[in-house]
Design a protein around this ligand. Structure first.
Ligand code: NAD
Length: 258
């Protein structure tokens, strides 16, 4: 039988068929939360995550939602309420990045990154909060932003625009939604070993240069991020809103672009 700090809670985690989102969904399940697993393109990985979550003794459902489509975000929230009768926590994790020098950025690249990382999180949060408001319930929103909500990342200007944007949305919503009992925070990971970093991890010289900049001397794991997400989602984080929490092994304090 499940027990833990999130017992009786329900959480939506976007982009949770892989990487950080998967790690958070499984850690939430291990802490007793029912979870809504969202995937965009890999149903089999989503199903595997759903089954692993249920092995913790909670309920987990799998929903296909491309967060860049507003109708999909509304359906995602709808599914959570229909299947679980409510939802307490939203983790805006789904994200993409595109490498391009500023002068080479296409409109398509820009739209893909901003529509997923910023617009998607924005309107999914709106749909989630509307439901909370009509049910007169409190809630928690956690955005997985990045150290690049604050730190330069040459050749990733679209990514920086999206993550810097979500930083200010978080601060704004913490003030607007606080009176409704809704807490909003960001987690800003540094370099975490997930599929988004496949190319980097395969490039030894680049990887070693990065590791030399990380005081703790290693890349982070999805568990390093998930533990903080549990804290923010739980009552332990009950007085915490409007902040960004950096999980980067010290990278931000010691970063030198090559
Ligand atoms: P990942 O590629 O494994 O995860 C991203 C997930 O988002 C994937 O499952 C992908 O299918 C999903 N996704 C992409 N576009 C989507 C869309 N339109 N709708 C729904 N799902 C979509 O990589 P990750 O490292 O786990 O990334 C998760 C989040 O963490 C991202 O927001 C990323 O920017 C952020 N982040 C990662 C790192 C890192 O070093 N790994 C560092 C800082 C921030």
């Amino acid at each position: 039988m499940a027990s833990g700090r999130l017992l009786g809670k329900t959480a939506i985690v976007t982009g949770s068929a892989s990487g950080i989102g998967q790690g958070i969904a499984l850690r939430f399940a291990s802490e007793g939360a029912n979870v809504v697993i969202d995937f965009r393109s890999h149903p089999e990985a989503g199903e595997e995550t759903r089954a692993k979550a249920e092995a913790f003794g909670v309920k987990a459902i799998l929903v296909h939602a491309d967060v860049s489509k507003i109708s999909d975000t509304q359906n995602l929230v709808e599914q959570a309420w229909t299947q679980f009768g409510g939802c307490d926590v939203l983790v805006n994790n789904a994200g993409v990045e595109k490498h391009a020098a500023f002068l080479d950025v296409t409109e398509e690249d820009y739209d893909t990154v901003l529509d997923t990382n910023l617009k998607g999180a924005f309107f999914l949060t709106q749909a989630f909060v509307k439901r909370l408001q009509s049910a007169k319930k409190p809630g928690v929103v956690i955005n997985i932003s990045s150290v690049h909500e604050d730190m330069v990342f040459p050749n990733f200007s679209t990514y920086c625009a999206s993550k810097g944007g979500i930083r200010m949305v978080m601060r704004d919503l913490a003030v607007e939604l606080g009176p409704m009992g809704i807490r909003v925070n960001n987690i800003a990971p540094g370099a975490i070993a997930t599929p988004i970093n496949t190319a980097l991890m395969a490039d030894k010289p680049k990887l070693n240069a990065l590791l030399a900049n990380i005081p703790l001397g290693r890349m982070g794991t999805t568990d390093d991020v998930a533990g903080l997400a549990v804290f923010l989602a739980s009552e332990d984080g009950g007085y915490v809103t409007g902040s960004t929490f950096v999980v980067d092994g010290g990278l931000m304090r010691n970063y030198h672009e090559q």
